[in-house]
Unconditional design. Structure first.
Ligand SMILES: *Cc1c(COP(=O)(O)O)cnc(C)c1O
Length: 399
């Protein structure tokens, strides 16, 4: 039976390849870090979500090893049968404390946190109002839920107001947004979103995956950054980016809501517990964030040097201060080709970053996306800027 189906898949894969949309995976030949080895060459990595450089921090690795020795490898259970250890409870308390919420619940990934947050809370009498550019896991989580869905244009507060006005007959409403949008590194307008939500009596959920640990004065994320921590009802986030980068996710919020999720959230009830070593290492990450201001400072310094350095060279770079730095080619009509050629030549110069073009982003919006990390040294940043200067001039992107 598979024969014909396999042929069909083969043809579809060929089409994707012909369209240039086939995603090749680059294979790392060593650990994640500011420098990585690919194809036998060592290059500086500007495309990991390793914002705080903690993925290979010796303190985090040591904590994982200690926990592995003490707690062994796996739990072979979901949480409610025999998969909850004191480490899981400690980590949930530490995450809630860090995010300033009453409680938090762990998942295997933020994808699961978002997959399991809407369906238990909102039924057909409720409504979810969501930014058009929200992450795939929010979109999928909403699909699993019977609530009516209202989508507003990206960051368009007038359109959000329209959705709120049109959904007034719903019993409960929730506005769901990414705290930071990953393609441009732009922040959700959380103050305005909270104002509107308050005016229309809606709850607010923020997925802070690209913010937890490093956005806001002490890294508590976008609610801290906008001073709305007490007005955001629910936060979902990942342990797989700044917080050590292994895996895991969580939902943080008021006590009853989290308790309800423990009873009803399917990816929590029917999927395995996080490995103890991930809990132990993440507890160490949160300790580092409380006690060591250096990673946050280094990230801010590197972000600023990269962004202003690229602007000084004449590249088309938005203003902002998030470590996601998109380099646009909007002034050139061959933007997609430029982004592709420049990122390929940068790799040859030892700088690894990714070019995005249509259909991942809108036509004419091709860009190279850089991500700064606390793990980068001044020399890494200088090498990146020098390579951008050489390659950018070679291809006429700058003069
Ligand atoms: C990365 C990301 C996720 C997925 O996180 P995982 O823990 O890797 O599943 C969810 N939401 C947003 C906004 C993200 O950027």
């Amino acid at each position: 039976m598979y024969g014909k189906f396999g042929e069909l898949l083969g043809r579809e894969l060929d089409i994707i390849r012909e369209q240039g949309l086939f995603k090749e995976e680059r294979i790392l030949e060593g650990p994640q870090g500011a420098e990585i080895t690919v194809g036998g060459a060592t290059v500086v990595n500007f495309c990991a979500n390793n914002y705080l450089g903690l993925a290979s921090d010796p303190r985090v690795v040591a904590a994982a090893k200690r926990t592995l020795d003490e707690w062994a490898f796996g739990l072979s259970s979901v949480r409610f049968i025999c998969g909850t250890t004191v480490l899981h409870k400690e980590l949930e308390a530490a995450v809630a404390d860090f995010l300033g919420t009453e409680d938090a619940i762990l998942y295997a990934a933020c994808f699961d946190a978002n997959g399991g947050v809407f369906e238990p809370l909102l039924d057909q009498d409720s409504a979810i109002i969501t930014d058009k550019l929200n992450h795939a896991s929010i979109i999928d989580g909403i699909r699993l839920c019977k609530a009516r869905r209202f989508i507003y244009e990206h960051a368009d507060m007038a359109d959000l107001r329209r959705c709120l006005a049109e959904s007034q007959d719903a019993q409960f409403r929730m506005v769901a947004t990414d705290g930071v949008f990953s393609m441009d590194g732009d922040l959700a307008k959380l103050s305005e979103i909270c104002d509107l939500a308050e005016e229309y009596d809606a709850m607010v959920l923020v997925d802070d995956s690209h913010a937890t640990g490093f956005v806001g004065a002490t890294g508590r994320g976008t609610p801290e950054r906008f001073g709305v921590s007490d007005r955001v009802d629910v936060i979902t986030t990942t342990l797989g980016k700044a917080l050590g980068g292994a895996l895991g996710g969580c939902t943080a919020g008021p006590r009853e809501l989290i308790t309800w999720l423990r009873q009803k959230s399917r990816p929590y009830l029917f999927s395995n517990s996080l490995p103890p070593l991930v809990c132990g290492a993440t507890l160490e990450v949160l300790r580092i964030l409380r006690e060591d201001p250096e990673p946050l400072k280094a990230l801010a310094r590197n972000q600023l040097r990269l962004r202003s350095g690229l602007r000084d060279l004449g590249f088309d770079v938005d203003e902002g201060d998030h470590p996601i730095i998109p380099v646009h080619f909007r002034r050139h009509d061959n933007d997609a080709l430029l982004a592709q050629k420049i990122s390929a030549d940068l790799l040859a110069e030892g700088i690894y970053c990714i070019g995005f073009s249509f259909p991942v982003v809108q036509r004419g919006q091709a860009r190279i996306r850089l991500q700064a990390s606390a793990g980068h040294t001044d020399e890494h940043v200088d090498r990146c800027l020098a390579a951008f200067a050489t390659v950018g001039r070679r291809h006429g992107a700058i003069t």
